[in-house]
Design a protein around this ligand. Sequence first.
Ligand code: RB5
Length: 147
Amino acid sequence: MKIGFGSDHGGYELKMKIMKALAKEDKYELFDFGSFEGEKADYPIYAKKTADAVVNGDVDLGLLYCGTGIGISIAANKVKGIRCAHVSDPYSSRMAKEHNNANMLALGGRVLGEELALEIVHAFLNAEFQGGRHQNRLDLITKMEEN
Ligand code: RB5
């Protein structure tokens, strides 16, 4: 599975910790779309770079990080085809995939500790979209994007 990562300075540290943890698991290809080195950065730029990679199929899923996870999720959801869920607990994270078929998650680097963030990420990566009635609802969202 190919996973894209994006952050601003507020999410940079958590992004790096999660990338390091997932790299050890040896089953993911990880791609960092910036920002780099923790420099001050505008989150919409990195939301877009990562979201574009998801929509283009360069990566399967995207994991975004800013201070709260809010700004970067709002920005990512402006990209057509993106369903980015801003979550702070493993249950919502699993549901984001099972019911909403989210293709991106947004986490708050100033909100979550590393262990909880990793649990949240695993809940997302290990879950499967359930389809059925949930697909009908996603189709309604897609229609909204087209109008
Ligand atoms: C940057 O200071 C901060 O506003 C940003 O990381 C994010 O939390 C915005 O939603």
